[in-house]
Design a protein around this ligand. Structure first.
Ligand SMILES: Nc1ncnc2c1ncn2[C@@H]1O[C@H](COP(=O)(O)OP(=O)(O)O)[C@@H](O)[C@H]1O
Ligand SMILES: [Mg+2]
Length: 258
């Protein structure tokens, strides 16, 4: 077994990257796939969203900061979550400093890929949650991945910046990782009470055609509440619309990868 690596990216913040990374990981694990979620955003939202206190650095131990600096192996940062088949490599704000430090280092673009190769045999999927930028961390994420998953919020300016992201992706493909593929676009925070969501969704479909996932993720208060309890929405309220949507989306994604 060698893991399929999926990075979740969009340089816009607040579009549902972390929520999608956490809940996709959760439902893949529920489907008996061995999962590693790598938090690669200095905000550490995937880390705290899984109930891991990111401010107590001593208790936290090794994180992606040490891994990317080459001071620790990725295996040392990995720990189990509360959920079967679901491991996490956490991030803290220090990862932002590490990003600056590696700028001056050798092999600065392939550090995450090299780290992932050391554990890829242990997993079915490795999901990377990326920061809201086209930064060195994001480029590391793209170079380390087989697939790029793009969450797009069904709001005004949804596709703003997307062309630029696709340009970066193309550049990565040309220079460093020809295997990278756009896995698809998932519409998030869909509000069926407004015509705007439907309008934006059809815009997304026009642009991305059949790369658009059929399943949309609704705006749902249970999805927003779950991280403050340190759990994925599926563990918080599995009957909520948000949980059901992420479960359905995970199924569609697995079909697509087959
Ligand atoms: N489907 C949803 N319904 C309601 N709130 C959501 C939904 N998806 C994400 N959120 C909330 O929106 C905010 C941004 O989501 P997040 O996943 O952190 O975005 P990103 O990682 O792209 O910055 C968070 O507070 C999150 O809880
Ligand atoms: Mg995030």
């Amino acid at each position: 077994m060698s893991a399929k690596v999926i990075c979740v990216t969009n340089q816009k913040g607040g579009v549902g990257k972390t929520t999608t990374a956490v809940n996709l990981s959760y439902y893949l694990a529920k489907d008996k796939k061995k999962i590693l979620l790598i938090d690669f955003d200095p905000q550490g939202n995937a880390t705290s969203g899984l109930g891991i206190e990111k401010t107590d650095k001593a208790a936290l131990g090794t994180t992606m900061t040490e891994v990317i600096l080459g001071a620790a192996a990725l295996s040392e940062a990995i720990r189990p979550t509360k959920y079967k088949n679901f491991d996490l490599a956490p991030a803290t704000p220090e990862l932002a400093n590490a990003e600056v430090e590696i700028t001056g280092m050798q092999r600065k673009f392939v550090r995450l890929r090299d780290a992932i190769r050391t554990v890829a045999e242990n997993y079915d999927f490795i999901i990377i949650d990326l920061p809201p930028s086209l930064s060195l961390l994001t480029v590391n994420g793209m170079i380390a991945s087989d697939y790029l998953l793009l969450p797009v919020q069904t709001e005004f300016y949804a596709l703003e910046g997307v062309a630029q992201l696709l340009e970066s992706m193309k550049l990565v493909m040309k220079q460093a990782n020809p295997n990278l593929r756009l896995l698809g676009v998932v519409a998030t925070m869909y509000d069926k009470r407004t015509s705007l969501s439907a309008q934006v969704f059809s815009e997304i479909e026009k642009y991305f055609k059949n790369l658009t996932f059929k399943t949309t993720i609704p705006r749902n208060v249970r999805v927003a509440e779950a991280p403050s309890h340190g759990v994925p929405v599926g563990a918080y309220d599995k009957f909520s619309k948000g949980a059901k949507a992420y479960k359905e989306f995970t199924k569609e994604l697995e079909e697509r990868i087959k």
